[in-house]
Structure formats: structure tokens, C-alpha cells
Design a protein. Sequence first.
Length: 267
Amino acid sequence: VLGGYTGYVNFGTAAFFATGAYTALVLILAFKAALPVQILAGGLTAGLLGLGIGYLTLRLRGVFFSIATLALSVVLHTVVSNWEYVGGGKGLSIIRPKPPALFASHAEYLFVVMVLLAAASVALAWWVQNSWVGRGLAAIRDNEEAAECMGVPTLRLKLFATTLSGCLMGVAGTPFPYYVTLVEPGSVFSLDYAVNSLAMPMIGGTTTWVGPVIGAVLLGTAQQVATVTISSELNLLIVGIVLVAFVMLAPQGIVGLVQRLFHRRSR
């Protein structure tokens, strides 16, 4: 939504993911809150963070905006590393509760929740792309000055994009404590999540909702196969090689490449 539809590349995705994860952890420690409550709270907290950061940084453009969002991730990493209530730098271990009656295990429950969250996020991205909001964001991506001259509320739409993107990343992070059971800054702010959240859309194509889905399926499958057959340490290497290849050969991703080939054939 922010990087593809609006054209503002966010290098601070790990910060919003971590916001959702640590919001969930605080709710577990303080209230033993249920997972749906954690998801709502994590999404709201990360969305508010996205709104605040967007208001402060959206006057920057291009690489300057990306650097500012990267700085946010560094600041939050430092904060949680010194916050003893959530375990500080050494982390904190939690115990999974009993799953709801319909599920055999908590891992099965988490899997179903994550599938539903993924489907909901894709549906939301589809709605944004096909609404007047998506058309306004696309106008900002193509030429922000021209869009503003034509009456597009650029600041409001950009704030909407940062808020929604932050909310979705926060929602993605809320199941993390129960998923790993050991929450520590090194895992929550892992480079894997930050790189994959940029690489998957770029491989599939950032300007349409289906591109990130294709990129996630292809790259995620390749990483799992490499983990099982060779070594998990190769994941980032695979991401780097594939990303460089697509940037050089197909900068619009798989969707853009298919559209270009189809256009050539139709001509």
C-alpha cells in the first residue's frame, strides 16, 4: 500500500512488526489477553505509530523518507532492548495457553489465524487498489506535484497509506509471541522480516495487489525448500540473489513482466 501504490519505500517495516509483537506480549503479561484482543490492540498501536511517523516524515521524499523509517526501527530496537518488563535484551519466554475447543493444538490455531489475517490483508489491498483511494495513491506515485495541482488530497492519502501499512504490519506481528514462545529483540527485529517484506512485493510486482501474493508464495517456497534441503543460513543469500536479478531484469516484477509480454503479443 505504501511502497507499491504510493511509491514511498519503507525500510522500517520491522519496527511496525515489533510494535505488534511487543503490544501482544504486554497484554499477555498484564492481562493474559486472548489472541483476537492482541490482534486488535497490536494493529491499533502500530497504526497510530504509522500515523505519527507519517506526519513527521512524509514531507521527505525518496531515499530520505526511507532512511527516516529505518531510523525508527533502530530507535525502537534500542527502547525494547532496555525495557526490563518485556525481558530487555535477553528476551522473555512465555507459555502457550490451551487452544480453543475446535483445534487440536495451539500451533494449528495459530496457522488458521495467520491464514485468515493474510486473506484479509490481501482483500483490503484489493479494495484499496480498486477504490478512489487507490487511484489517488497511484496519482501520487506517478507525479505527486501534478496530483496535488489536480485537487488530490495528497497529505491525507499519504497519512492513510502509512497508517494502514503500519496497522497491517502490526497485525502480522501480534501472533509472533505465541509462535516462537521466546520473544527477544534479535528475533523480532530480524533482518529476514525486514528484507522479505520488501523483496516479496518487488519480485511479484508492487503496483497491484496480486504481485505481493505471487512474490510471497514463490520466495517463501524457495526459502523453505532451501531450509529443509540445504541450510536455513542460505535464506538471505537466496533473497539477495533473486532480488538483484529482478531489479536488473524485471524491475516491475513478475506481474509487470507478464503484462509487458502480453502487450507485445497483442501488438
